[in-house]
Design a protein around this ligand. Sequence first.
Ligand SMILES: Nc1ncnc2c1ncn2[C@@H]1O[C@H](COP(=O)(O)OP(=O)(O)OP(=O)(O)O)[C@@H](O)[C@H]1O
Ligand SMILES: CC(=O)N[C@H]1[C@@H]2OC[C@@H](O2)[C@@H](O)[C@@H]1O[C@H](C)C(=O)O
Length: 367
Amino acid sequence: MMLTALGLMSGTSLDGVDVALIETDGRQIKAFGPSGYRPYTEGERSLLRQALTEAVHLPQRDARPGILRHAEQAVTIAHAEAVASFTAQHRISCQDIDIVGFHGQTVLHRPERRLTVQIGDAGALAKTIHIPVMHDFRAADVEAGGQGAPFVPVYHRALAQSLNREGPIVVVNIGGVSNITYIDGADTLIACDTGPGNALIDDFMYRHMHQAFDTEGRFAAQGKPDETWIAQALKLPFFSARPPKSLDRNDFAALKLGAVAPADGAATLTAFTAAAIARIVPLLPKRPKCWIVCGGGASNLTMLRMLRERLAPATVQAAESVGWASDAIEAQAFGFLAARGLKGLPLSYPATTGVPIPMTGGIIARP
Ligand SMILES: Nc1ncnc2c1ncn2[C@@H]1O[C@H](COP(=O)(O)OP(=O)(O)OP(=O)(O)O)[C@@H](O)[C@H]1O
Ligand SMILES: CC(=O)N[C@H]1[C@@H]2OC[C@@H](O2)[C@@H](O)[C@@H]1O[C@H](C)C(=O)O
């Protein structure tokens, strides 16, 4: 049975809420609906940054001490507003949507402690929008000993099937953190986080240039990457570890560049993200033939150039150029995952999160 699912994603970049409608049976994509975006205000973003700092001390998944309670309310309200303006704009009634896939905002990811925390009150959201809401996608996986991330690989596979290309294909998502899905035919699905995405660049731009990000990578294009610094940073054990593996947004926040010209700093961090993605190649079964880049990093032209240099002779294409809506993919994925969760289909596998057996997941909150 086909379902109309609405996916809601608030990623590690802390930029805002992505919304996307998808028609799917959880296996195939029947049709893409419209997508939308509700940016966080400066105040909300700063609240989320504080929540990330405080979340480091969280003992368990459902604890919400201090600022985390306020941050959770803000996340829930922002998502309710995102749904209200999306449905109003596209004249969609709540009865037309079978299920909402609500990722929430990750504030802490420590799979080695069997802990991953996404804030957002699904019960309150379901009551406000009058639609059943699936949430807590990562919890069962982490409890079973999995990495709890990445979760988009099953959706990347469904997208890649529509391309009818010879593999291996890698879909790389460059959000706050970067993650890849390696697809080779119908059966081989391997995935992991590869290292930083835009988070280090964004934090650097915020500190040095008072800008949220490096638009199209224009600032990094003026600088020169410090290859010695990059080679040193790539010696961290995470990069030589085999997949599956995952990261917390702030796992590399302690890496310091030293006194560099701002443009060189931006160039070095952009090249570091590209080099960390390329570092996965020797850890994959075969050399990928083509790479498709999605997420906000696909709009960074310097990043795309650096990826092409490091991944040649494989081809590197932005997702838009193969007809995918790059910025909507993660929201679509959580709509797709909600449909899979409703049907009891696996969301994660031993080769995507390291979970012992394929696992379904997600919990439903009803209006
Ligand atoms: N025009 C642009 N030029 C350069 N970078 C951009 C542009 N637009 C967005 N970005 C980058 O993409 C980031 C947002 O990416 P995205 O929306 O994929 O993140 P996310 O949803 O938080 O991701 P994830 O959950 O995968 O970590 C921004 O913070 C910025 O660094
Ligand atoms: C714990 C968590 O929220 N991880 C995010 C983060 O952002 C990118 C990368 O790290 C990925 O592993 C994951 O998000 C995507 C949506 C995923 O689960 O596939």
